[in-house]
Design a binder for this molecule. Structure first.
Ligand code: NAP
Length: 305
C-alpha cells in the first residue's frame, strides 16, 4: 500500500488563486484591497524569512502591504503605540506581529492590544473564545489549525463520526485543532482524543485514529505500527535534523514518513505539507477581515467588546 500524498503546496496554490479572484471582486465593488501590516521586531533569521514570505504572498495577491521593521531595542510602550496606530487605520484589515518578541516585551500584552477584528493570526483571546463557542460567523481561526482542517476537507477525508487523535496540546496547534475537529459543522463532527507526554500508552491511542494529527516537535515520534491502516495522517512537526552540503536545513516531521506511507491512506509530507497552508489561511483571514470592514459586518469579536 502506498499512501496518497496530501500536498500543502498544491492546496496553497489553489487557495491563493481563489483569494486573488476575491481581491479582484473587492476592487471592482469597493475600489479597495485588503490591507495587511507585518511588524517585525529585530532580525531573528527565522522570523525574517517567515515575514519575507508573508509579505511576498500578500503583495502577489495585490494586498496593500506594509512591512514595518522595528529595532530590537523598541520599548514595549512604543510597540503598543504602533499597534494602536494600525488599529485605528481604516486601510489596514490585518495586523501581524511576528513572534517571538525580545524578552523585554510581553507577547501577551502585545497580542491583547491588537483589535480582535484585525487579529488575522487568530491568537487574541476573543477570537480563541469564539473558536471554542463555534459557529459559522465567529472570529478568526488560528491559521495552522485552520490550515490543517482545510487540508483534511480538501483531501476528501470524512470527518463526521471519525476518530481523531491529536498528539500535542499547545495553544497554537494541538488544543485548537482538537476543539475545532470536535465542533458541529463542516470538516468536523469528529470524536477527538488529545494526547501528550503524560498520556499512558500513546501508541494504543494513535492506533485507533481514522485521522491522526501529530504536533509534538519530536522527529520520528510516530512509528508505522502506531498508524491504523488507511488512516489520514497530518504531520505538523517541523524539525531541523541536519544541514545539507549546501548549508540548507534538513527538515523532518514527527512521523516516520517513508514507513508511514506503507500503512496510511493519505499523508502530508514535511516540508510541503501543513507549512504552506498556514500562510494561505493567514491570507484568507485577511481577505475575510477586509470584507467584514467594507460591508460593515461586525464580527463576533466586535460584538464582544
Ligand atoms: P510545543 O508547544 O512544544 O508543544 C508540543 C506538544 O507535544 C506538547 O503538548 C507536548 O506535551 C507534546 N509532546 C512532546 N513530546 C511528546 C511525546 N514524546 N509524546 C507525546 N506528546 C509529546 O509545540 P507546537 O508549537 O505545538 O509545535 C509542534 C510542532 O509543530 C513543532 O515541530 C513545530 O515546529 C511545528 N509547527 C509547525 C507549524 C506549521 O505551520 N507547519 C506551525 C506551528 C508549529 P506536553 O504538553 O505534555 O509537554
Amino acid at each position: 500500500m502506498s499512501a496518497e500524498i496530501i500536498s500543502g503546496t498544491e492546496m496553497r496554490a489553489a487557495i491563493l488563486e481563489e483569494l486573488a479572484s476575491e481581491v479582484e471582486a473587492m476592487k471592482a465593488k469597493y475600489g479597495k484591497v485588503p490591507g495587511l501590516v507585518t511588524i517585525l521586531v529585530g532580525e531573528n533569521p527565522a522570523s525574517v524569512s517567515y515575514v519575507t514570505l508573508k509579505v511576498k504572498t500578500a503583495l502577489k495577491l495585490g494586498f496593500h502591504e506594509i512591512q514595518d521593521n522595528q529595532p530590537e531595542s523598541i520599548t514595549e510602550e512604543a510597540l503598543l503605540d504602533l499597534i494602536e496606530q494600525y488599529n485605528q487605520d481604516p486601510n489596514i484589515h490585518g495586523i501581524l506581529v511576528q513572534l517571538p518578541l525580545p524578552k523585554h516585551i510581553s507577547e501577551e500584552k502585545i497580542i491583547y492590544a491588537i483589535d480582535p477584528d484585525k487579529d488575522v493570526d487568530g491568537f487574541h483571546p476573543v477570537n480563541l473564545g469564539r473558536m471554542v463557542i463555534g459557529g459559522e460567523d465567529g472570529g478568526f481561526l488560528p491559521c495552522t489549525p485552520a490550515g490543517i482542517q482545510e487540508m483534511i476537507v480538501r483531501s476528501g477525508t470524512e470527518t463526521s463520526g471519525a476518530e481523531v487523535v491529536v498528539v500535542g496540546r499547545s495553544n497554537i496547534v494541538g488544543k485548537p485543532i482538537a476543539i475545532m475537529m470536535g465542533q458541529k459543522g463542516r470538516g468536523a463532527n469528529s470524536t477527538v482524543t488529545m494526547v501528550h507526554t503524560r498520556t499512558r500508552d500513546l501508541a494504543e491511542h494513535c492506533r485507533r485514529a481514522d485521522i491522526l494529527i501529530v504536533a509534538a516537535g519530536v522527529p520520528g515520534l510516530v512509528k508505522p505500527d502506531w498508524i491504523k491502516p488507511g488512516a489520514t495522517v497530518i504531520d505538523v512537526g517541523v524539525n531541523r535534523v541536519g544541514t545539507s552540503s549546501t548549508g540548507k536545513a534538513i527538515l523532518s516531521g514527527d512521523v516516520d514518513f517513508a514507513e508511514a506511507c506503507k500503512v496510511a491512506g493519505k499523508i502530508t509530507p514535511v516540508p510541503g505539507g501543513v507549512g504552506p497552508m498556514t500562510i494561505a489561511l493567514l491570507m484568507k483571514n485577511t481577505v475575510r477581515s477586509a470584507w467584514m470592514a467594507l460591508e460593515n459586518k461586525s464580527s463576533a469579536a466586535y460584538v464582544c467588546r
